[in-house]
Design a protein around this ligand. Sequence first.
Ligand SMILES: Nc1nc2c(c(=O)[nH]1)N[C@H]1C(S)=C(S)[C@@H](COP(=O)(O)O)O[C@H]1N2
Ligand SMILES: [Mo]
Length: 223
Amino acid sequence: MHNKAERLKKTKSPAPKAGAEHGDRLPPGQVLTEKFPILHEGEVPEYDLSTWDLKVFGEVEEEKVFSFAELQAMPQVNTVSDIHCVTRWSKFDTPWEGIRFSDFIKLLGVKPEAKYVMIHADHDYETNVPLEELMHDDVLLAFKFNGEPLTPKHGYPLRLVVPQLYFWKSAKWIRGLEFMKEDRNGFWEVNGFHHFADPFKEQRFSGEDIPIPEDEWTKKEFD
Ligand SMILES: Nc1nc2c(c(=O)[nH]1)N[C@H]1C(S)=C(S)[C@@H](COP(=O)(O)O)O[C@H]1N2
Ligand SMILES: [Mo]
């Protein structure tokens, strides 16, 4: 009896697998996971929210600095997105809550010649995204994941979420948005990763393939 019950439990929730059942939803070369792997360079930053700020500069009428309290008071939306990491894990239906970028930009006085944005984050992390890509409805400055404030390891207090690009574009611990006329490469992009990073076109690398072991992500910390 007991064994049968155990078996039934197992068959009810099969481990998610890459395959035909996902149709066009899983980008090529990706593996589905229900975990949430944790990936970053350097230490997890610690913050005092009373001194934390987000700077907006570059091609804007006037530079602006937002406090955490100001951002938190802005209208927020909920989204559900699929995310795809260049190390080959994908996660479906991730629930985020935060300020929609296309709403936020209305407050910024961005000059018409701005075409690219450099996202600045702690510690010394940068990643470049075309402004057009940030205007998608599900691109957020996210405070919450799954109804809870971001954990420190996933970007507390604020991260970018750009689900349609490989997840390294979704900078954790963001501190600045620099609007630019010309594109410039960020941290991973100068280190051989693709400047645009569309997972459905497998835009992983800019030159030669970088050999990332297929199972590397399974050895990372996750929650
Ligand atoms: N500030 C910062 N943001 C970052 C990174 C980083 O090293 N520093 N790593 C990126 C990479 S490579 C990935 S895959 C995702 C991972 O986010 P997660 O740890 O929440 O899964 O964060 C991105 N954002
Ligand atoms: Mo990554």
